[in-house]
Design a protein around this ligand. Sequence first.
Ligand code: SF4
Length: 494
Amino acid sequence: MVEAPAHDADRAFHILTLGCSKNRVDSDGMDHLLRSRGMTASACPEEARVVIVNTCGFLGAARDESVAAISELLDRRRDDQVVIAAGCMPALGNYRHDIPSGVDHVLTTREWHRIGDVVGGLLGEPPQPEVAGCEGMLTTFSRTQAGPSAYVKVADGCDHACAFCTIPSIKGRQVSKRPLHVLQEIVDLVGQGTKEVVLVAQDTIRYGADLGIKHGLPSLLEQIVDGVPDLPWLRMLYIYPSPLTLRMVDVMAEHDALLPYLDMPIQHADATVLRNMNRPSDITMTRRLIDHARAKMPDVVMRTTLIVGYPGETDEQFQTLLDFVREQEFDHVGVFTYSSEPGTKAVTLDLPTVPSQIAEERRNAIMEAQQAISLRKNQALVGQTVQVLIEAVGELEAEDEAGGSEPIAVGRARRHAPEVDGLVFVPGELPVGALIDLEIAEAGPYDLWAHPPGVRAARPAPLRGRRRRVPAARSRGATRPERRGQGARVPMAR
Ligand code: SF4
């Protein structure tokens, strides 16, 4: 236990969000509900009366991280501090008992909207009427913390049964947010200055199926484009490969606000491995989807995620995947080594386990092939003018003995999804939230360097040999295990 800080922190709360973008949206919802009770957010857990850990339970590594975070907070907590575990881990019956004893309350991922009542009860406050719009899991809420880019969760849960995945057992079946509520949330965000909205769900392409809406996602996209004409960038993530993608691509190609960016996790390219994964195994269909996207949007940026070392994956099957990566030349690829998760169908398969060393070698082989592709594609951008959304300003430290520093703006181009793709670095200060045309001056396999067109600024020294003090946009991404698919065992992107 540590001493309480000198100032009054009775009404302060702190939320630590672990895991994926969907969890971040739930944390935004809890933030809204607690502010609605007159509480204030604190950036420091030490200064908060109430600390909430929004956990991730997707894989063992994520659960370990969640347990460690809760334990650390419990070790350091003040006598009067309340600690709540929320999110996916409490929803996993098998692992709920791993949550350290000593937490004051546990809320599952689909109960986040009860946070106001829970906190009120723990602080001994009288019950308050529910905040309008938060009476259901997926109903909309006002986004008080809008930044230049915001995730909007359009559905929760998943109707698939991929053999390696725990999500259906955590989340249950898909439940979609009503189109009007999605629109309301986006109007709210744009009114607060948000320039990019990123639609997320476990299986975004199936949006609306549970509501009985045919072509739910394409129809939603058209409603957003018509209803929120001031939104410059709209992006979708987690597009499960299915024929539904064809109509979505047609709509994307018609509207400039719909970024030509297709995040389609294919996981593998060998039909047998895909069948063992309980995923779509018709690689011809996958090729058709990619071809259709490239025909309709010649500038489309393709991202995918892959799993190597899945049970039974042979050298030949891995080679099929590597050949597919070389053939298709995706712009961004995340590669993950298979992680065996208790309770999933994959652990019951009567197939040989791939030794972890071989799985690592396979991941490295794909990353190496992809880095060469990404570098070539990025270098082709040098000299071109691209639109960049500025998200943060930081400092670039020189590595010389004088230890000087210079300001540097950090943003993303249309080709970069938040947190998982590269960044654009611009020497100097630029206003956060600005959408600016910049000329690409230098390119690495992931990140780009740029300056305003016509400004023949001194060519920036390469990143190598310099140390970066991490601006906010970079540090946010560092918490995501799938960033660039390196060093991770977590197939987060679906
Ligand atoms: S990997 Fe994605 S699509 Fe498959 S079951 Fe998990 S959440 Fe659903």
